[in-house]
Design a protein around this ligand. Sequence first.
Ligand code: HEM
Length: 472
Amino acid sequence: MPNLLSRGLFNLFFGSRRKPFAALPGPQPGVLGTAGDFLGPQPWDVCARYGREYGGVTLIWMGPSPGVVLNDPALIAEVLESPRRMEFEKGNISEQVRPTVTDDTVFIAKLSEDWAEKRKLEPMEQPWSPEWLAAQVQPMQTAIAESVEALLAEPSLDYTAVLRRLTFDAFAVAAVGEKLPSSVFDDFLLLAKGADARIQAKLPLKFVSLPKGFAEAKTRFYGHFADRVRAARKSPKPHAVDLLSWTLRETPGIDEQVLAHLLGGVFYGGVFSSSTTLVGAFHQLQKYPDAEAQLATEAATLAEGALTFEKLSGAQWIEAVAYESLRLLPAVRVFTRTPSADAQLAGVMLPAGSMIMISNQHLHRDPEHWTDPEGFHPARWLDGGVARDPLGSGHFFPFGRGPRACVGGAFAMVFLQTALATIAARVKAHVDSTEPFEEGFFFGVVLPKGVTGKLIARHPQAARAAPAVLTA
Ligand code: HEM
């Protein structure tokens, strides 16, 4: 809380601005407004504290500009889902990630039209058809199984690093039909660091310089996918199910660069968030051995023969583990919106350009909604649990809510379930400590730190020599 002098100064200079917002609760502003609250802790922890202390809407001050933090499902629905959602533009994340993800991407699409309609016109809308998703299970299973075997040889693992690479490799198989060279992964990370520096900057973006070699890495990274588009056009694979081959069959006239950029964008959309979710899942499973044992049993049943989408769809415990991980440790915990013109919300008039922060951290752990919310209990999702709190509902929105929610949510679910089934059938992912891990922030996504351990083969034959060595 700012000291008396700081609060006095704010009131002296900006006191008159406070009057129209008197009805809203919130922390006392000082000379920096209430922005000082966000300087130390992670933003989602601040949003959750506000939810506990002030309720569904909290008035904040970014310097002299008012804003709100929403923790009320109805207000969140108004901003993200109702017809009024068109009044609230997505935050400025697009400007921050623009150098990394190029212009041909759904990341930086403007909200100038109804996004639900716009998506139908986007080439990326098509790949997430149920047919394409179903076709990814088997290739991703093979890729993940191969990665797991390679990792078995490692005496100690940093799960954040190795699951990030495992996820990248599985996404590569879904995107282009095979794993990519390590040099492409390195370029991917370098470009992500460039965007991350801009996302985390407290400075205006023009003062944030990009890492050395950024421009060259970008040319190489997207050039790699452009080469693949040309090669696939020259020698089409009529039965291949990867996104590249699939899209060329369904949309033969698609521009080479657009497709290359969309393929590259898939990795930025989902590698960090999906791998963070897996780290959280294995950390919790170490803490809850009964849940882990049940996962191993179900995964073993699925491992008899090839894994299919149908088999996965019937695997209720695997789905429940994925949901519970997304509830307790969602990888994306804060999203923002901004009224493009003055807009009425929560009984006040928010000026154009003000900050609206929405977090799932508090609602995913709201004790009035969830039993033992801090505990990891996949069983809560059985017996109608999924229908009670579907994805994108008031107290469960790990992928956001409404038409501008995550583009890759359905793919992420298929990936997470395939990964849990494949990994748990082969190994126990031992985690060294069940103490809460430190959480950082990278590319807008929660970054688990210091989660170490090793994979222990469930069956001796799984420990056979690794076919390829993975680099973290
Ligand atoms: C567990 C994994 C994932 C989580 C938790 C997650 C979560 C989210 C969230 C919360 C948003 C913001 C929604 C908003 O601002 O309203 C988002 C946006 C987005 N996600 Fe994901 N995501 C995941 C995986 C993926 C994957 C696999 C892809 C692509 C293949 C992807 C692509 C995107 C894109 C392109 C956007 C921006 C959409 C837009 O601006 O309209 N995500 N994601």
